[in-house]
Design a protein around this ligand. Structure first.
Ligand SMILES: [Zn+2]
Ligand SMILES: [Zn+2]
Length: 362
């Protein structure tokens, strides 16, 4: 099959012929129909974070099941499915108490050491990013990373459920547990930030303040449920504090920068929590004042992984809400592209104004 392979950090994606193994007992073979361009893929492709190359990136996939191993219980050939990068063992304390996103043994979804690689190029193993490797015609993944969804959802929309949606809306609903009357600020209104906003709206937040440098993204944020929009060029902290008479209950940082993370903490009201979603560079640091901020104002700082999601519950829920017209997915797809256009797709994201590019031509 064809896959977009990246051989070294900083190198372009190159579409080439690779080999997928047959499904193991707990694995699912999926024909990819749509694959989203997430910032995490770009992060690994462009920054030296020690990720093993060569690799096939991509992890936000929708498609149709071609084959399933004998111990796969919840999907069968022909089913429409979504993949997600939440890895769980299913037996640790976190998993069995409803926190699979905090699994102790996330490597349990990988093949055991010594077993043949799922994905190879000329006989040599290729790393599947997040255990998926979605920039390809097909993916072979563990059953715990596969979620069935209703077949009525267009593939390009369904793909976003696997990462952008659970990461953003999950952070609002699961991690922050936004409830009616809460106030929310979201710094960074790309694909994930827009999902934080619509998650906060679903939770009943009375005020949702969108912050971005791009006026076009702020306009989109309002369509997703933001009640206020602030251009990020000014004093955003003062503006948020004024709008909310003292600061928000929850501030979400969806960029991954020191300055905006510190702003997120500064714009919290007493007892508020800052949620860190944007991916920071390894080794980067932020500054907080424990005495004033954390103790005096009882603020919290919380890192978020995959929106604290229980994917087999949350993804079908968002799919239902979408089919009922209560959750936006179509508006998140700004353009569709071919498997051989990934580099150009990421250039468009860097140029701004793009919610999500999705590969739909393989
Ligand atoms: Zn992602
Ligand atoms: Zn576990």
């Amino acid at each position: 099959m064809r896959a977009a392979v990246i051989t070294e950090v900083g190198q372009p994606f190159e579409v080439t012929e690779v080999t997928l193994d047959n499904p193991g007992p707990e694995e699912v073979l999926i024909e990819v129909r749509a694959s989203g361009l997430c910032h995490s893929d770009l992060h690994v492709a462009r920054n030296n974070v020690g990720f093993p190359m060569p690799a096939v990136l991509g992890h936000e996939v929708s498609g149709v099941v071609l084959a399933a191993g004998e111990r796969v219980l919840d999907v069968k050939p022909g089913d429409t499915v979504v993949t997600s990068g939440v890895h769980s063992c299913g037996v640790c304390a976190a998993c069995i108490t409803g926190r699979q996103f905090q699994c102790t043994f996330p490597a349990a979804t990988a093949r055991p050491a010594g077993a043949p690689a799922r994905l190879t190029l000329d006989g040599a193993p290729l790393t599947q990013f997040m255990g998926v490797g979605g920039f390809a015609e097909r993916v072979l993944v563990h059953t715990r990373n596969v979620v069935p969804v209703p077949s009525e959802i267009p593939f390009a929309h369904a793909a976003l459920l696997g990462c952008g949606v659970v990461t953003g809306a999950g952070a609002a609903l699961n991690t922050a547990r936004v409830r009616p009357g809460d106030t929310v600020a979201v710094i960074g209104c790309g694909g994930v930030g827009l999902n934080v906003i619509q998650g906060a709206a679903l939770g009943g937040a009375s005020r949702i303040i969108a912050i971005d440098l791009d006026p076009a993204k702020l306009e989109m944020a309002k369509e997703f449920g933001a009640t206020d929009a602030i251009l990020g060029t000014g004093d955003t902290v003062a503006a948020v504090r004024e709008l909310t008479r003292g600061g928000v209950s929850h501030a979400f940082e969806v960029i991954g920068l020191k300055a905006t993370t510190e702003q997120a903490i500064a714009m919290l009201g007493v007892g508020g929590t800052a949620f860190l979603i944007g991916v920071h560079q390894p080794g980067s640091t932020i500054e907080v004042t424990p005495f004033g901020d954390l103790m005096g104002k009882q603020k919290g700082i919380r890192g978020v992984s995959m929106g604290s999601s229980t994917i087999k519950v949350d993804i079908p829920m968002f799919a239902d809400l979408y089919l009922q017209g209560r959750f936006k997915l179509a508006e998140l797809v700004s353009h569709e592209l071919g498997l051989d256009e990934i580099d150009a797709g990421y250039e468009r994201i860097k140029a701004g104004g793009v919610a999500r590019g999705v590969i739909t031509r393989f």
